[in-house]
Design a protein around this ligand. Structure first.
Ligand code: Q9C
Ligand code: ZN
Length: 351
């Protein structure tokens, strides 16, 4: 399986995030990707490639998923931040004020002039710092997703978009959960646009893929399935319940499988069987797997208890679905183990 890796990922390197009411060092660090890359090399798992995607095609693929007013804001956000105060060049920008989700309480259609207000309008948490290289890194990550989609469309059994920042929490016009551009959604939409009639997204990150769900919620041509920590107690808290089944034309095409904190592999695996069955019943002709490794027992911010060897089984079960598959790299914060766990899954998939 080919891996498309983001050469600019380390330009996005946050200093601190707001976590449980305090500032702590960022969990989402460049070393995460470096460990996966090193492990792929060590185990000679397929070739490593840079994404070769033209600017026009890339911008078009991003625009299929994200609103123009959002991407324009992201592209210029750092310059605006520094223009406010030259000393900001030494600090990351972090949102601190948001409109309520209750639409009647605040206007979200009017774009405020104030930068902090716009930073809040386009985000949903204070855990996702934005810095000088965020846009370049995120955009180049989207190029990996597009390159992987093209590879699979061209007949490859699977491809891996190895990138950070991750993507599955980013929605049409919002960032959060360390995510800015939704790489999995960009891959899914690209597969649709390349002619795949029905694309499924099967999100196995510990956290609910709220961005992806929001992007495709009213669509019948892209099914979204997510296995994750129950939002009653787990981030992102406000989406990911089993009762969310899609709306309008998309009714019945979103499946959430929330599991309690503490869930181990046998129950998680049963959920994966259910998820794969749903993808098959849907009749998908291509699959995108936002691959979060934060289901691992050693993850510092998550609550499932999967072991490193369990990821072999995950890879094997996903391979049994026999669908052209794009994997995108999402969460996973047990940095020392993230490479081994990710490559266990991918290697087993290829066996
Ligand atoms: N009190 C991904 O795995 N912080 N994002 C959690 C809990 C945000 C995770 C705070 C976790 C985001 C891609
Ligand atoms: Zn996660």
């Amino acid at each position: 399986m080919k891996t498309f890796h983001n050469p600019h990922h380390a330009l996005h390197q946050g200093r601190e995030e707001m976590f449980r009411g305090r500032m702590v060092p960022c969990h989402e660090v460049p070393a995460r990707l470096d460990y996966v890359l090193a492990e792929l090399q060590r185990r000679s798992q397929g070739g490593l490639f840079l994404p070769e995607v033209g600017d026009t095609d890339l911008d078009a693929a991003i625009a299929r998923v994200h609103d123009a007013r959002y991407t324009q804001f992201l592209a210029g956000a750092w310059d605006e931040w520094v223009a406010m105060d030259p000393a900001n060049a030494q600090r990351d920008a972090l949102p601190s004020v948001w409109p309520l989700g209750n639409q009647d309480a605040f206007r979200t259609d009017v774009l405020p002039q104030n930068f902090a207000a716009r930073l809040g309008l386009f985000s949903f948490d204070s855990g996702s710092p934005l810095m000088a290289g965020t846009w370049t890194a995120a955009r180049s990550g989207a190029a990996c997703a597009l390159a992987a989609a093209r590879e699979v469309h061209g007949g490859a059994r699977a491809a891996f978009a190895l990138t950070r920042p991750p993507g599955h929490h980013a929605g049409p016009d919002f960032f959060g959960g360390y995510c800015f551009l939704n790489n999995g959604a960009i891959a899914a939409q690209a597969l649709r646009d390349l002619g795949h009639a029905k694309v499924a997204v099967l999100d196995i990150d510990y956290h609910h893929g709220n961005g992806t769900q929001t992007i495709f919620y009213e669509r019948a041509d892209v099914m979204t399935v997510s296995i994750h920590g129950d939002p009653a107690t787990e981030y992102p808290f406000f989406l990911g319940h089993a009762s969310e089944r899609g709306a309008g034309a998309g009714e019945g095409f979103n499946l959430n499988i929330p599991l309690p904190r503490g869930t181990g592999f046998s129950a998680w695996c049963a959920a994966l069987d259910t998820a794969i069955e749903a993808v098959e019943d849907f009749g998908a002709d291509a699959l995108v797997v936002p691959m979060g490794m934060d289901t691992f027992k050693g993850d510092p911010i998550s609550g499932f208890t999967l072991e490193s060897s369990d990821y072999d089984t995950v890879g094997r079960l996903l391979a049994a679905a026999s669908l052209p598959t794009v994997f995108t790299f999402e969460g996973g914060y047990a940095v020392d183990e993230v490479g081994v766990n990710a490559v266990n899954l991918l290697e087993a998939y290829c066996r």
